[in-house]
Design a protein around this ligand. Structure first.
Ligand code: UTP
Length: 396
């Protein structure tokens, strides 16, 4: 545990000494708590974040396939191969469920919203049912790792418990916590929420790899001879968890990462596409593409957050420090005079890591394009596009 003196020195080095502004007004326990919070901040990474600069990169495509490009026999083989990987215990599932779901504005973890008023059609239950159906088909148990964050961990685990783990065995499900990260003022200063608390929020879904490593999950996967980790978001109501076709495809392609995509609805749909930035696999943001690139036929694979990662690749990259991305938000904070500010306009930057920042570390990546109508129905908002309302209509 770092002492007051060493913390103070670090803060001086990074010009963040304002964090101790109220230190003398705190109780001993509060002082200790504040020092612990500060000690956990990666100031070097924060410094780099504040200095990030946009550079134009060279954009190119990745190999992309869809079912129509294969013969019926090839597809049957792909499916069989995927099922055998599942039957042999070579596949585990990781669910990213640590987000705040601010756009949806639901009171509780996003996975608890449902399609018909019952927990049996909640987003968590829909994924659990897919896993259960697969288990029955291949007669084996599939390990399910669910990432939560301090804001929703308790409610998530309680929801599973109260609903009998949706028919799965409690011991096949592992909940693990992601980390939090601080927020910065426009001047790059770490923000205090109150006198003794650093403002902290979930550090983005890119925290998943380090958190898996910290929780001993990567070591467990290796010990259990798992080859593929199926990753997906909580909010896709149509996700085909551990889809055997996709597994067969990924294993046959042999790339470190395979990703599912859907074709962009139109060239100007504002989504990230799967491609290469300076020759490395990446998710390329809409804003990074020129008008011509947005129309390019090979750059139409929208990222839908469904991926298969080779376990060895995850092991090799878990130590990489992923960069923070800045999100301009309203952050309640304390001023130097001790008064609290509840801003009406964004006043600071939350820091988030994105899981796809590991993509460039992969020497290769392949894409399996699927039908949007069958496999992608994200619940991001309450109403309108990508909404709960839209999903409920589909299910009822
Ligand atoms: P989104 O980027 O859509 O974020 O997450 P969100 O929290 O669900 O919703 P908004 O943006 O606040 O409205 C995509 C996936 O990444 C997970 C989410 O739970 C979702 O499955 N996620 C996001 C995390 O696991 N941790 C995070 O810190 C952020």
């Amino acid at each position: 545990m770092a002492t007051y003196e060493t913390i103070k020195q670090t803060l001086l080095t990074y010009q963040q000494e304002h964090l101790l502004h109220f230190y003398d007004q705190l109780t001993e326990t509060e002082q200790q708590s504040l020092l612990t919070q500060i000690d956990q901040i990666d100031f070097e990474n924060l410094k780099e974040t504040s200095q990030q600069q946009e550079e134009r990169a060279t954009i190119s495509a990745l190999p992309s396939h869809s079912a129509e490009m294969f013969t019926t026999t090839e597809l049957v083989n792909m499916h069989e191969h995927g099922l055998s990987l599942l039957a042999d215990g070579k596949v585990a599932v990781v669910l990213l469920a640590g987000g705040q779901g601010t756009r949806l504005g639901h009171n509780g973890p996003k996975g608890t919203v449902n399609m018909d008023g019952t927990a049996a059609t909640s987003l968590f239950a829909l994924q659990a049912k897919r896993i259960q159906a697969l288990q029955q088909e291949v007669k084996t148990t599939i390990s399910w790792y669910i990432m939560t964050s301090p804001i929703n961990d308790e409610e998530t685990t309680t929801f599973f418990k109260e609903n009998g783990y949706f028919g799965l065995k409690p011991e096949q499900i592992t909940f693990f916590l992601q980390d939090v990260s601080p927020a910065l003022t426009p001047e790059g200063k770490v923000m205090l929420e109150d006198k003794g608390t650093v403002f902290q929020a979930p550090n983005g879904n890119g925290g998943v790899f380090a958190s898996m490593q910290k929780a001993g999950i990567l070591a467990e996967l290796k010990n259990n001879h798992v080859k593929w980790v199926f990753f997906n978001n909580i909010d896709n109501a149509l996700v085909q968890v551990a889809d055997p076709y996709f597994l067969g495809y990924a294993d046959q392609q042999g790339a470190a990462i395979s990703s599912k995509s859907v074709k962009k609805a139109d060239p100007n749909e504002k989504v990230g596409v799967l491609g290469q930035r300076d020759g490395k696999p990446s998710v390329i943001e809409y804003s990074e593409l020129t008008e011509e690139q947005r129309h390019q036929p090979e750059l139409q694979d929208a990222n839908i957050g469904i991926h298969l990662f080779d376990v060895e690749f995850l092991e090799q990259t878990a130590d990489q420090v992923l960069p923070y991305h800045l999100a301009h938000k309203k952050i309640s904070t304390i001023k130097e005079d001790g008064t609290t500010v509840q801003p009406l306009e964004p006043n600071g930057y939350k820091l988030e890591k994105f899981y796809f920042d590991v993509f460039p570390y992969a020497s290769n990546m392949s894409i399996f394009q699927v039908e949007r109508a069958n496999e992608f129905l994200p619940v991001k908002n309450k109403t309108g596009k990508d909404s709960l309302e839209e999903a409920q209509k589909r299910f009822n």
